[in-house]
Design a binder for this molecule. Structure first.
Ligand code: CA
Length: 231
């Protein structure tokens, strides 16, 4: 599995990015400081790509990129809040292969990782290979993860997954979900929906030992971030 090292001191971004890349089929390690980066390079698996934040509490990404370049042959993606072209030039001069601003979406960052891996010939997995797919079995109300661990779904969980998977990675609106999950003569609201989803996520994670690829899109609804098939 292709190994990615994320060096980012913002916990939320680090966690979201790590989760997203894991779901995309990469093995991921994280570091929150320059010190932890050096430690990961010395002791951990050698990364094919390092995603490097420019502003770390104990180091500067530009200098770190130069330092990494002197010892490691990995790809470097610089990640910064700054969008100005001086920084971009400085980023490239310091050895970064790709320079991204932080408002890039997780998908854009993932696309940058893949394009860099294609360039370096390190892409060992295929994003659309059948092995990456989650399978929703409509006969048995069963969800099977790419690692072949599976779980039985309740009626509500199955209805939720069925809508989510039929959106093929698109965002499924809350209203549509609430409407579909509401049984006649029963009250159902947003809180019920969130409760079903959080229970389902825990269930997926405990049975499959994988992060549940269900993401909240704030103010809109939910999306399934892995590839899936209904059969
Ligand atoms: Ca930072």
């Amino acid at each position: 599995m292709t190994h990615i090292l994320i060096v980012e001191d913002e916990p939320r971004l680090r966690k979201d990015l790590a989760g997203f890349l894991e779901l995309s089929g990469f093995s991921v390690a994280t570091a929150a400081t320059a010190h932890a980066l050096r430690q990961a390079l010395a002791e951990g698996d050698p990364p094919a790509v390092i995603i490097l934040d420019v502003g770390l509490p104990d180091g500067n990404g530009f200098e770190l990129a130069t330092e990494i370049r002197s010892t490691h042959a990995c790809g470097i993606i610089m990640l910064t809040a700054l969008g100005d072209s001086d920084d971009r030039i400085r980023g490239f001069n310091s050895g970064a292969d790709i320079y991204l601003v932080k408002h890039s979406t997780l998908r854009e960052i993932e696309a940058a990782v893949r394009s860099l891996l294609r360039r370096t010939g390190d892409l060992t997995d295929s994003p659309s290979s059948q092995d990456d797919r989650w399978v929703l079995d409509i006969t048995n109300w069963q969800l099977t993860a790419p690692n072949q661990h599976s779980l039985k779904l309740t009626a509500a969980e199955f209805a939720f997954m069925n809508i989510l998977c039929s959106h093929k990675g698109g965002v499924c609106q809350r209203e549509e979900l609430v409407e579909t999950l509401t049984r006649p003569k029963a009250s159902f609201d947003n809180r019920h929906l969130d409760a079903i989803v959080s229970r389902l996520r825990r269930k997926i994670e405990s049975r499959t030992k994988l992060p549940a690829p269900i993401k909240v899109v704030y103010g809109v609804g939910y999306t399934f971030t892995a590839s899936s098939v209904i059969q």
